[in-house]
Write a protein that binds this ligand. Structure first.
Ligand SMILES: [Zn+2]
Length: 231
């Protein structure tokens, strides 16, 4: 159930029973040669819709831009984003108005793990609870990674499960880089081109629909747990 598809008297009725909102956070960010730029957006929206159907919590309009690696903003065609300050202020502003009307809890669902992106969401307000969707156990499932990296074995698997028609495995390639080399990029201190960089970080070619099904189930269970704990 989408908040902006309702009329305001209907939202007043909703507030008599429920004071929560789900807010999907998207990005416009390259996801390697094999996944679309909307990957983070459509997975977050799908999760919010599923939880909304089960628990009757309204879903707010998606914030469609996030904070990206400076390297991606510079060279990965199509990618764009906003800064830490703009994301923080946007989330703060929209939730402040909703709070004046009676909303109290905001579940902010993000599939994008950039450290400044997550920090902006957390710093926006005490009333938001940020769910980093891919922060679930995956060691037992993945063959080449221990957790989600980027457009990798994990994220590609989830896309193969949810949106196989949007994945082109014929152009997927693996790319690895040591943590020490990549850290200055993750910390937004460096944006110089990296030899062989194609956008994804990790082992996309090891992705499968079966892995994606289990990872996604864990992501949904984790989100449900956060929601149940807050009531
Ligand atoms: Zn992503």
């Amino acid at each position: 159930m989408k908040l902006n598809m309702l009329k305001y008297p209907e939202i007043r009725e909703y507030l008599k029973k429920n004071d929560s909102l789900l807010i999907p956070i998207g990005t416009c960010e390259q996801h390697g040669p094999h996944l679309p730029l909307c990957t983070d957006t459509i997975v977050a929206e799908r999760m919010c819709d599923e939880i909304s159907n089960k628990y009757g919590i309204l879903v707010a309009p998606t914030i469609n831009y996030g904070v990206n690696l400076p390297l991606d903003n510079k060279i990965m065609t199509g990618t764009t984003g906003i800064t830490y300050d703009i994301l923080k202020e946007t989330l703060k502003c929209i939730t402040e108005y909703w709070k004046m009307q009676g909303f109290k809890h905001f579940f902010v669902v993000s599939c994008h793990g950039d450290i400044f992106h997550i920090k902006a969401l957390n710093d926006a307000s005490d009333s938001v609870e940020v769910i980093e969707t891919y922060e679930v156990e995956q060691k037992d499932l993945l063959e080449k990674q221990i957790c989600t990296r980027h457009a990798c074995e994990s994220e590609t698997s989830v896309m193969l499960y949810l949106y196989p028609e949007l994945v082109d495995m014929s152009v997927a390639k693996d790319f690895d880089i040591s943590n020490d080399t990549f850290m200055p990029y993750l910390e937004h201190k460096k944006d110089a081109p990296i030899d062989g960089y194609i956008g994804n970080v990790g082992y996309s070619t090891f992705a499968s629909r079966e892995k994606g099904k289990i990872i996604y189930k864990r992501m949904i269970e984790n989100l449900e747990k956060v929601i149940k704990n807050s009531y």
